[in-house]
Design a protein around this ligand. Sequence first.
Ligand code: NAD
Ligand code: TYD
Length: 352
Amino acid sequence: MSTRTILITGGAGFIGSHVVRLFVNKYPGYTIVNLDKLTYAGNLANLIDIEHAPNYRFVKGDICDSGFLKNLFSEFPFDGIIHLAAESHVDRSISNPMEFIMTNVLGTVHLLNEARHAWKADFSGKRFYHISTDEVYGSLGTEGYFTEESRYDPHSPYSASKASSDHLVRAYHDTYGLPTLISNCSNNYGSYHFPEKLIPLAINNIRTNKPVPVYGNGENIRDWLFVEDHARAIDLLYHKGKNGETYNIGGHNEWKNIDLIRLLCKIMDRKLGRPDGTSAALITFVKDRAGHDLRYAIDSGKLQKELGWQPSLQFEEGLEKTVDWYLGHQDWVDGVTSGEYQYYYQQQYEQR
Ligand code: NAD
Ligand code: TYD
């Protein structure tokens, strides 16, 4: 059984919690250290099933705190870092860009510096894996796909902060030889997704008979990937990807927002035993998001060819599983939608 010590940042968030769970369960010989600040988006309830696993440690801390990182790196002999900690919601980046710069840009640099210093004696067998987004490539028209060669053209403070962090990760590879790897993934969906994002917000609003806000005319297109498929890709890339390389990850699963919401409404009517059309009546078109990217679509051919990765689920199946999870975990939803969420919701939607 191989042994490694891996730092996963942002492991109490949506995607991070799936990555932590996968690694803790699949690699009993590894020590998995989850570093998370527990912002509004981080929640230890996401990891209740593995919190007592002998190969798992949780550490509360901020990636922007270099003194704290120094101590952490002297406490644990990390072989690898999988960096997911970030501010992740476009709408919040529009109202408060500075937090995105602090965590996504400066926090990433603090982490890069710490890895570089801790590993300077020997980079062999080490890996700094940075998790990024397809939003760095900007917006597509009706044709074409983002490839690893697509030009960076971010439009929101969120995507611009992620683009900056990607550039810095590449700079540390090219300048210092740090063994880095980057993946850029399309929109994820699944369990433990914070209900500020489209799918879980719509599920929650439909269940509680609240308007389902669709920005603009609902024609914007996203490429949706089941979160556990993303976690599997991260596992593969962490172990088998090439240093200095970038890999795109996506579902080949494009949906116009309005079509996705209509499908979700149908599923919800069936699950809740409501007459067909009840949920769709909640759809409400609201003021568009500023700088709203029209279309994202990923060509993940490189990952598929080099490492044999494929998405495992059809969207309808994944969406149905996701709805079942939300309807079966009302206590989790209630926990994350109390307090700060109410204020956020009011600011974001009730004045739109
Ligand atoms: P999330 O918002 O659900 O989770 C982010 C986590 O980071 C939270 O647990 C939060 O507490 C933690 N965090 C925030 N600031 C921190 C700090 N300063 N120090 C330590 N921890 C901090 O985000 P997510 O959707 O799980 O996204 C994870 C990563 O994947 C992000 O880097 C995001 O850019 C990227 N990504 C997300 C998607 C998506 O569809 N959600 C798609 C592609 C890439
Ligand atoms: P979101 O889940 O915020 O992800 P991202 O902006 O990172 O793609 O939004 C997905 C799409 O849904 C995006 O085009 C914006 C739109 N949207 C709505 O129409 N209504 C909403 O309430 C939200 C949160 C998003």
